[in-house]
Design a protein around this ligand. Structure first.
Ligand code: URA
Length: 235
């Protein structure tokens, strides 16, 4: 069907929005997804239905990092397909974006039994997959959803209640990105006050994308106006 989105292996979405992505780039991400699909680095490999690699635009400027697949994600092989995912889609729509515009991954690629919290050794075993994904996708803004992704990518123990909505520039893998911590949508589902905060933090994403995207030469022009001719030689 012309113009329709199509899911490809590795959660790569083929759609008009990504048609300009070079084929080699998509191939590289798909090849990595195929490699990760066979991962046995930690105990979660035994209980999973499948690895949930990630999904979306392989050249997204905005990447979301959640916690771990739940029941539905494990069955379908895609991140954020349950209630939290529906809320994430609503929040994206509120800023004029859809799942096809962004790339969504989790800190852990496999479902912890009974949806328990990720364990430190599982996060350590899985983290290089996340860093490689960031290198391949090359986002400018990485939004972390909840405590686990935020603590891992900020490298600091500060909880999400303290740091949500505060962006910082940091180097992830070999890339400089704007890291933007947000409440996890699952936590906001049943707490209206948290949802309000999440919505207002979300509303700043377009500004962060714009800031990250301002071409350098223009910045230089604005930042350094030439001094008036009569002032030359005064310094
Ligand atoms: N679904 C996901 O894929 N990740 C989460 O962190 C929560 C729900």
């Amino acid at each position: 069907m012309a113009g329709a989105d199509r899911e490809r292996p590795g959660g790569v979405v083929d759609s008009p929005a990504v048609s300009a992505v070079p084929v080699e780039h998509v191939d590289e991400l798909q090849a990595y997804a195929a490699e990760v699909a066979a991962c046995t680095r930690c105990r979660l490999a035994q209980g999973r239905t499948q690895v949930v690699f990630g999904a979306g635009n392989p050249r997204a400027e905005l990447m979301f990092v959640g916690e771990a697949p739940g029941f539905h994600e494990d069955k379908q092989g895609l991140p954020f397909v349950g209630q939290a995912g529906k809320l994430l889609e609503k929040l994206l729509a509120g800023i004029g974006l859809s799942r096809q515009d962004v790339y969504i991954v989790n800190t852990l690629k496999c479902r912890p039994p009974g949806n328990r919290d990720p364990q430190p050794d599982e996060i350590e075993a899985c983290e290089s997959h996340l860093f490689r994904q960031i290198e391949l996708i090359q986002p400018t803004v990485v939004a972390t959803l909840g405590n686990f992704a935020t603590k891992l990518l900020s490298g600091r123990p500060l909880g999400i209640t303290r740091v949500h909505g505060h962006e910082q520039t940091t180097t992830l893998g070999s890339r400089e990105v704007v890291l933007y911590p947000l409440y996890h949508p699952a936590a906001a589902l049943y707490t209206p006050a948290m949802l309000k905060v999440l919505e207002s933090d979300f509303a700043r994403i377009p500004e962060l994308l714009g800031r990250a995207l301002v071409p350098e030469p223009e910045l230089a022009l604005v930042a350094e106006p030439a001094p008036p001719a009569q002032q030359l030689g005064l310094f």
